[in-house]
Ligand binder design. Structure first.
Ligand code: BTN
Length: 284
């Protein structure tokens, strides 16, 4: 991958600028620096390697050279609606989901709120970060990391506590090699398709239909780096407790709806989902 290859591969997409780096701290950090210098809407930062890639809740994100996709798209003038970051995170996951299914026929699903999984194994993560100028939302940086080749999931560089969820990569799921720029093209094309539909019912429906573990028992807990959001009960009261329930779908604001064992519907605004096997939940 290099600047010229990227520009040639992505020439048919309405991107306003592309910057490629063989190595970066984090594409989200580089995009933030570019926003401060006046980057245009739909400006793209791509790195072959990240030395300080970031995940949600302060976790590290492993991006070794030559094996993964790490990129950040700058979105200017995003519509400021309640839950805009939740929706933009969904835009990223829906785009990866659509690309892996549409281009490669892989059974990708979205693990709410920010992961893409294949048969329960994480293949990609999304980190949407808002940049404010006073009380004006200047830009949202949509950072996406995709495990492409097997080397991208040799995450022994991370401490065990950070290797918490089973992982996979596109090539292992597919059983053969893929071109990273092709995956990138497919994801960006999906992003560009869904962006104008962000606040539409069809977006919410597509997002809901792509959810992993729909109807299955899961546990939602606040997680590390938890910062204020929490599951709400049907009276709208926040709770710090762990919820177990069957995923019932999405609320209009993108919150996850869970049906608890008592039949009550609770919604999780921010949290961490871990799949909890059904028999364990029933015995508990
Ligand atoms: C997560 O699963 O917690 C989100 C991971 C997001 C990783 C991507 S890689 C490109 C961009 N740059 C970063 O530092 N993080 C995001």
């Amino acid at each position: 991958m290099d600047q010229r290859t990227l520009e040639a591969a992505l020439f048919d997409l309405p991107l306003n600028a592309i910057r490629y780096f063989p190595s970066l701290d984090s594409t989200n950090d580089e995009a933030a620096r570019w926003v401060a210098q006046g980057a245009a809407d739909l400006a793209l930062v791509v790195a072959d390697e990240q030395t300080a890639g970031r995940g949600r809740a302060g976790r590290r994100w492993y991006t070794p050279a030559g094996a993964a996709l790490a990129f950040s798209l700058i979105l200017r003038t995003p519509q400021v609606v309640p839950g805009v970051l939740t929706r933009l995170t969904a835009l990223g996951t829906l785009a990866v989901h659509g690309a892996l299914r549409g281009r490669y026929g892989l059974p990708a699903q979205i693990k709410w709120p920010n992961d893409v999984v294949i048969q329960g194994r994480k293949v990609a993560g999304v980190l949407a970060e808002a940049h404010w100028l006073g009380d004006r939302l200047e830009a949202v940086i949509l950072g996406i990391g995709i495990n492409v080749a097997p080397d991208s999931v040799s995450d022994t560089a991370l401490p065990p506590a950070e290797r918490r969820f089973p992982v996979t990569c596109v090539e292992s799921a597919l059983g053969g090699p893929v071109e990273r720029v092709e995956v990138l093209h497919a994801v960006l094309a999906e992003l560009i398709h869904w962006r104008p539909r962000l606040v539409s019912l069809i977006f919410l429906q597509a997002w809901e239909a792509s959810l992993a573990f729909l109807g299955e028992w899961v546990r939602v807990s606040p997680g590390e780096g938890f910062n204020g959001g929490s599951p709400l009960n049907s009276l709208g009261r926040p709770s710090q407790r762990v919820w177990e329930g069957q995923i019932a779908g999405l609320a209009p604001d993108g919150a996850l709806r869970l049906r608890t064992r008592s039949g009550e519907i609770v919604t999780a605004q921010v949290g961490e989902i871990r799949l909890h096997p059904l028999d364990e939940v029933v015995k508990a």
